[in-house]
Design a protein around this ligand. Sequence first.
Ligand code: SF4
Ligand code: SF4
Length: 151
Amino acid sequence: MAFWDEKSLDEMTDAEWEALCDGCGRCCLIKLEDEDSGTLITSDVRCQLLDGDTCACTDYPGRQAKVPDCIKLTPQNVGEIKWIPVTCAYRRLAEGKGLAWWHPLISGDPQTVIDVGVSARGRTFAELDIAPDKWEEHAVDWPEWEPPEQL
Ligand code: SF4
Ligand code: SF4
């Protein structure tokens, strides 16, 4: 049985935990909070450390020093943070859904995350290129889009 089916999130090794990330980059998009309703809106403005083509963090070990509001996902907080994308492997496992068919650990190919339309690759704008008062104009709903459970 695969480790993600066999173990709970808090039983996983660090390497197993890291391997669960599908590299979509959705969690690294700037979120905005509606002052009146408290609703969180996701934008297509990417964190200053996110590479817009590879969707990798360009300073993963030093990320929290450079981006203080970068939240490190843990087995404890993953079920509580509302903005974690519905497609996120950590969220799916925390909700008992297992990994999706397009996840690289299932498909065997990181390209499926891009092909299916989950990846943020090529769809984002750099944080430092967009003035903060324009971020609201970059609100998008595609980061919440979910592929069908079956092909
Ligand atoms: S949303 Fe989840 S799976 Fe996608 S990059 Fe972030 S942590 Fe990884
Ligand atoms: S610092 Fe890195 S991991 Fe954190 S939000 Fe930015 S790109 Fe993502």
